[in-house]
Design a protein around this ligand. Structure first.
Ligand code: SAH
Length: 210
C-alpha cells in the first residue's frame, strides 16, 4: 500500500471539497500517518471517509471530523491545548503539529498506554499524557487556550469551562447518545458563547461531570 498516496487522495477528496483548505492544516493531514493509529487489520481502510473501531468499544473519528474540529480551534502554533479522549492518539498528533503544547487525557488505560507509546515513538515531545477522568480537566496545567472534547456529552463539564482561558475556544459534540451537534464555545468576558457547527456522532464521554 502506498500510504502517502492515500493521504493525498484523502486530502483532495474528503477535506478540500468540504472547505478544509488551510495550508498548515492540510500539511498536518499529509504528514501524520493515520494507518499507524488504526488496528493492524484495518490499516488499508485508515484513509477512508468513515470512523474506525480502535478497541474497547471506542473509535477513531472520520478524517473530515478531525479536520473540522481542528479548524474550528483556529490554531496559530502558540497555543496550549487540552484534549479529552486520547483514543488512538491521532487527533493528538494533528494538534501537536499545529499547536505549541498538547495535554491529552484518556480514561481507559489500555488505550492511554498504547497512544503514549506510539506518539512518543513517533518523536512528539510536545504531548503530555494522563490516564484519568478528563471531565475533571488538568487543573495543575490550567488555563488552556483551547480545549477539545472528542466524546459526546449533554453538557459542558464545569471544570473544563473553568479551565478555559478568557478568549479561548472549546469544541465538543454536545447532545445525547447517537446524535449530537458539533459545537464551538468561546469564552467572552467570562461567559460561554456557543455556535452550532453541524450534526455528528461520537462515543459517550464517561465521567464525573458528563
Ligand atoms: N480523539 C480520539 C478519538 C476518541 S474516541 C482519536 O483521535 O482517536 C473517545 C475517547 O474518549 C475514547 O477513547 C474514550 O475512552 C474516551 N473517554 C470517554 N470518556 C472520557 C473521560 N471522562 N475522560 C477521558 N477520556 C474519556
Amino acid at each position: 500500500m502506498d500510504y502517502q498516496a492515500l493521504r493525498k487522495i484523502m486530502v483532495e477528496e474528503q477535506l478540500i471539497p468540504r472547505g478544509i483548505t488551510g495550508e498548515r492544516l492540510i500539511n498536518a493531514f499529509l504528514k501524520v500517518e493515520r494507518h499507524k493509529f488504526t488496528p493492524q487489520d484495518l490499516k488499508d481502510n485508515a484513509y477512508a471517509d468513515f470512523p474506525l473501531p480502535i478497541g474497547q468499544a471506542q473509535t477513531i473519528s472520520q478524517p473530515y471530523i478531525v479536520a473540522l474540529m481542528t479548524e474550528i480551534l483556529d490554531l496559530s502554533g502558540e497555543e496550549k491545548v487540552l484534549e479529552i479522549g486520547t483514543g488512538s492518539g491521532y487527533q493528538a498528533a494533528i494538534l501537536a503539529e499545529l499547536a505549541k503544547e498538547v495535554y491529552t487525557i484518556e480514561r481507559l488505560e489500555g488505550l492511554a498506554n498504547k497512544a503514549k507509546e506510539l506518539l512518543s515513538g513517533l518523536g512528539y515531545q510536545n504531548i503530555k499524557f494522563k490516564c484519568a477522568d478528563g471531565t475533571l480537566g488538568w487543573p495543575e496545567e490550567a488555563p488552556f487556550d483551547r480545549i477539545i472534547i472528542t466524546a459526546a456529552t449533554s453538557a459542558i463539564p464545569l471544570p473544563l469551562a473553568q479551565q478555559l482561558k478568557e478568549g479561548g475556544r472549546l469544541v465538543l459534540p454536545l447532545g445525547e447518545n447517537f446524535s449530537q451537534v458539533l459545537t464551538l464555545v468561546i469564552k467572552k468576558n467570562g461567559n460561554l458563547e456557543s455556535e452550532n457547527i453541524c450534526g455528528c456522532v461520537f462515543v459517550p464521554l464517561v465521567g464525573g461531570f458528563s
